[in-house]
Design a binder for this molecule. Structure first.
Ligand SMILES: Cc1cc2nc3c(=O)[nH]c(=O)nc-3n(C[C@H](O)[C@H](O)[C@H](O)COP(=O)(O)O)c2cc1C
Length: 133
């Protein structure tokens, strides 16, 4: 824990919807609060708006490969807030078809259960980033 970290509440539930290209169509109140954006600032923006530089590319490649094939992806994600703070989430991303038949994706995020898990993924992602250089 450091002063740049935003800690989720135990019952925080951060939801967002995107179109097929990852453009945000909906963001829940908890998502906006934690990410420090007004909902209007998020709608129409690429989801990488909350990307943190510590995240390895491979994590998002895995996410996109999974959901594009119709699978459900779960994983640990470090995100950046509007003011440059960070927050960890455990995310599950689901593919779905909109009423008009177009492809969409939904992400549901909760607090990471333990500090040990955060430390573990912090170290793993650091190593993955080094391997990507
Ligand atoms: C439903 C959904 C939710 C996503 N949520 C996040 C997220 O919380 N943080 C993030 O960095 N990327 C998220 N992504 C992945 C981004 O679309 C993007 O691939 C990632 O930020 C890497 O950005 P880049 O390819 O521009 O480097 C999400 C994608 C989808 C489909």
């Amino acid at each position: 824990m450091n002063q740049n970290e935003i800690l989720l509440k135990n019952d925080s539930f951060l939801i967002s919807h995107t179109d097929a290209k990852g453009i945000i169509k909906f963001a829940s109140d908890d998502f906006c609060k934690v990410a420090e954006y007004d909902v209007q600032e998020l709608i129409g923006k690429p989801h990488s708006i909350v990307r943190h530089q510590d995240m390895p590319k491979a994590a998002f490649e895995d996410l996109w490969n999974t959901v594009k094939k119709g699978g459900i992806w779960s994983g640990f994600v470090k995100n950046s807030s509007k003011t440059g703070k960070f927050y960890w989430v455990y995310a599950t991303v689901y593919p779905y078809k909109d009423q008009d038949g177009s492809q969409g994706y939904i992400s549901c995020r909760t607090k990471v259960a333990s500090r040990d898990e955060i430390d573990k993924y912090d170290a793993l992602y650091k190593k993955m980033r080094e391997d990507e250089r």
